[in-house]
Design a protein around this ligand. Sequence first.
Ligand SMILES: Cc1cc2nc3c(=O)[nH]c(=O)nc-3n(C[C@H](O)[C@H](O)[C@H](O)COP(=O)(O)O)c2cc1C
Ligand code: SF4
Length: 484
Amino acid sequence: MALLPTLATTRTSSLSAVDPERAKALVFRPFPIGRNGLVMPNRIWLPAMVTWRGTEDGFVTPSVREIYLRYALGGAGMIVLEAIGVRDIASGPLLRLSDDRFVPGLRALREEMRAASDSLVVPQIIDFLKIATRKPTHDFVLGMVKRGRVPESLLDVSDAELEARPEAWLPDPRDRRDFLYGYRQTVEDLRADEILRIPGWFAGAARRAKQAGFDGVELHFAHAYTLASFLSVTNRRTDRYGGSFENRMRLPLEVVSAVREEVGADFLVGCRYLGSEDILAEDGRILGNDLDEARRIGVALAAAGLDFLSISRGGKFDDAKQPKVGEAAYPYTGHSGMKCIPRSRKDPFGANAHLATGIREAVRAAGFSTPVVTTGKIHTFEQAEALLREERADLVGMARALLADPDLPRKWLAGRDDVVRACVFCPFCEEEDHHHRVVTCTLWPKGSDGPRHRVTPGVWRAGEPWDPEGVFAAGPSSSVGSAR
Ligand SMILES: Cc1cc2nc3c(=O)[nH]c(=O)nc-3n(C[C@H](O)[C@H](O)[C@H](O)COP(=O)(O)O)c2cc1C
Ligand code: SF4
């Protein structure tokens, strides 16, 4: 049975109005994508945003279905489903595609979205390495002693002394990092046999995405995660998976081929990667891949036959803030994190567009027509239209602007920008993500379950007055702020 029988079968077209001038805009010109005749109904792209609404073992819940149905009713041309794990390991409420048991839930979600909208839908598939919470000082030392990494005498040093001068007691920088930030596995730690399994995990997840009825997959090669770390100039492996450009490209390209072999030429396969890593070092230098590196990567990925390149920025562990004891490092807290999810008033609109533009130029110069998506603090029709008109990107990604108002595409098309719930680029939704709370928007109607509780807003229908406090599909599934 459908989650929300009425709305799941309500087509966006029946909710919409069309302003004739707006209909001529590039934003609303349909966009063919991939090799199988797929067409995005407009050029608005919803980039992946984790929702923390899955079950503890990675299954879709009514709350997950609700938010994606809500996005579908808004009418974005492409909806990228949040990062979904490819490895069959416990990963909290993060969704998974690591086994066939996850297919039915995702298929039901896709069917509801299809009944509501012509939006194309692809899951973002991700692999990530192990990460642990920062340990209390004594627990950390005890663990190190047990593993024989430090002498037992370190147990006699007071916590205060160790915390004040960690370099005196932990000469290995890696041990110091684990002490101060919590243990984090890196690509240098992976054995060759572990690396060999990664392409198969992605291929299996892509096959299941196809079985579930999605239009394609987005390979997550961005931010702090496994494939981005292989691509990075900070990858210090000394074997065929690190060092030279060719070696750093090896695993991502193996993933692309394994996925393509599994799903065939017709299924959309694109990726998200970084136009710039923007890692702030302690000495003030900016480290990691820059735009020049990203241009080379873009050409190699286009040559490998990807159907789209979605460009992000930063979001690295390397410069993340020190977490509190009991918490894990979060890659969106440092300099690179602020570049990824711009939250300062000083960040200009379209803050990261130059990266997509630079990559698009390189890809076109190399003879490829692969579409390039730009994202980063875009929220008005004029900004989106100008980016397309000036050929700075082929598709306009808006994450938080569409979270704040999923109906933004239909409102723009109707020329009703005056009733858009405009994102203010505050820290609220990112904080919910950071603490693995259900992601909502501070501008949504307030709920009754605590000061942070927000309720999914009601659907805007052209020709009817807009109620900013209206609630989506009043009923059991509307209490998303606490639903799991
Ligand atoms: C709550 C939240 C969750 C996010 N989750 C993901 C994710 O799962 N995968 C991803 O590639 N980016 C993720 N991002 C980054 C966004 O896709 C986007 O790149 C970023 O927010 C900047 O775009 P915007 O200014 O349009 O919001 C997330 C961002 C937010 C705010
Ligand atoms: S919580 Fe703030 S940043 Fe996030 S979508 Fe809402 S207004 Fe935008």
